[in-house]
Design a binder for this molecule. Structure first.
Ligand code: OOG
Ligand code: MG
Length: 262
């Protein structure tokens, strides 16, 4: 750790204030170029602590920057993780109030729900599939608090990996009956297909993102409990949305999930 507790708390308050008031800010590495990974996750943990203290509940986890499309779009090379709070959840077919967000983008994702705990190190795709209750289509709505959506990895980790809203819907899929690598996804904006992909875009297999997350948490002595919803990461580049847009994600064999931006 390079930053002291007081600075971590101040940075968490600044980033969370931007989230809650839909304001952007400069990258925190601009002011603290020597911050390390532990500092970045400590700021994220402090944002989580602030939300819990206010009565919010943590309802899931997310892996991010797990596809080459996303890594290339953001100019980074390492996956990261964050958490999902209860008020991030939007019902399938529901509406997101654009006034509460800064510059939202949508991502097509496969969400996993676990039925057994996962603990690294040594977690692998087989362990993840054995511990998966079901998979389900998800649209993640990311909204970096950084100006022009530009950041480096440590800044984005501190910002809870741009987490903002998410929608799950469609059909629950049984991983024993699906090949998650060839599972096709089509993202539509206002009825036009705008991004396409298959599950293998995420680290070769979406379950590899969940294994990576269990291994990263294992290094901190934490596990993924049974019953956790986990977003495995955007399969394609994220697509910017404006007020008035309607977005639908269609996933092969698993139906569709939709959201509108008011
Ligand atoms: C960071 C969050 C990335 C994903 O699915 O790759 C992410 C960002 O690109 O703002 O959620
Ligand atoms: Mg995502």
């Amino acid at each position: 750790m390079k930053l002291d507790r007081e600075i971590i708390e101040r940075l968490a308050a600044r980033l969370e204030g931007c989230e809650l008031e839909a304001r952007d800010t400069t990258k925190i590495t601009d002011d603290h170029p020597d911050m390390d990974w532990d500092d970045a996750y400590a700021i994220q943990d402090e944002i989580k602590r602030r939300k819990l203290a206010r009565g919010a509940r943590i309802v899931g986890l997310k892996a991010g920057l797990t596809s080459h499309a996303k890594m290339k779009q953001m100019g980074v090379d390492t996956p990261v993780f964050g958490f999902l709070a209860d008020y991030f959840a939007v019902p399938d077919g529901g509406e997101v109030d654009s006034a509460k967000l800064i510059h939202p983008k949508v991502e097509p994702e496969i969400a996993f729900v676990t039925k057994a705990p996962l603990r690294g190190p040594g977690c692998h795709i087989g362990a993840v599939l054995a511990a998966t209750d079901f998979v389900i289509p998800a649209i993640e709505i990311i909204d970096s608090r950084y100006r022009d959506f530009k950041f480096d990895l440590k800044s984005v980790v501190a910002d809870n990996c741009s987490s903002s809203r998410f929608v799950v819907g469609g059909r629950m899929g049984d991983v024993a009956a699906l090949d998650l690598r060839t599972l096709g996804v089509v993202l539509e904006k206002n009825g036009e297909p705008v991004a396409f992909g298959a599950g293998a875009a995420v680290l070769g297999h979406p379950a590899a993102a969940i294994a990576m997350l269990a291994n990263m948490l294992g290094e901190k002595g934490e596990e993924i409990p049974a019953g956790t919803l986990i977003l495995s990461g955007g399969i394609t580049e994220a697509v910017a949305v404006q007020p008035g847009d309607a977005v639908t994600l269609r996933v092969q064999d698993l139906g569709s999930v939709s959201v509108r931006f008011a």
